[in-house]
Ligand binder design. Structure first.
Ligand code: FES
Length: 124
């Protein structure tokens, strides 16, 4: 869907969903629908589809304080800048790459349709 929208009489629900490709920690690719109208972030999307075992992601509840939601951004989407909190957490986390982000800091917006991410390994 283009940022201008692709209105062809589809339902409201469909219009507010975007597609995201998530590679889990086992290397399996999942293509999921994520709502953009529920104020969800990427960590919550991963949890809602149970793509990482309970207790291994979202440990701090999305406060940018644990890095359990770290993921690698694989597509060329322009994401919002990192906050100071996110920068600070990523500077202490393991397995950090150039394209690392904290999933809990990435909110689902229509611009992110087609986003491709990979979950970083578990730290523990
Ligand atoms: S859930 Fe803890 S940093 Fe994202």
């Amino acid at each position: 869907m283009s940022p201008q929208g692709d209105f062809r009489g589809v339902t409201q629900l469909t219009m507010s969903d975007i597609k995201i490709k998530i590679t889990d920690r086992e290397g399996l690719l999942h293509e999921v629908d994520a709502p953009t109208d529920m104020n969800m972030n990427l960590m919550e999307v991963v949890r809602s589809y149970e793509l990482a075992p309970e207790g291994t992601i979202g440990i701090c509840g999305g406060m940018a304080m644990c890095a359990s939601c770290q993921c690698y951004i694989k597509s060329n989407h322009t994401l919002p800048e990192k906050s100071d909190d996110e920068e600070a957490m990523l500077s202490e986390a393991f397995f950090v790459e150039e394209n690392s982000r904290l999933g809990c800091q990435i909110h689902m917006t229509p611009e992110l349709d087609g986003l491709e991410v990979e979950l970083a390994p578990e730290e523990a």
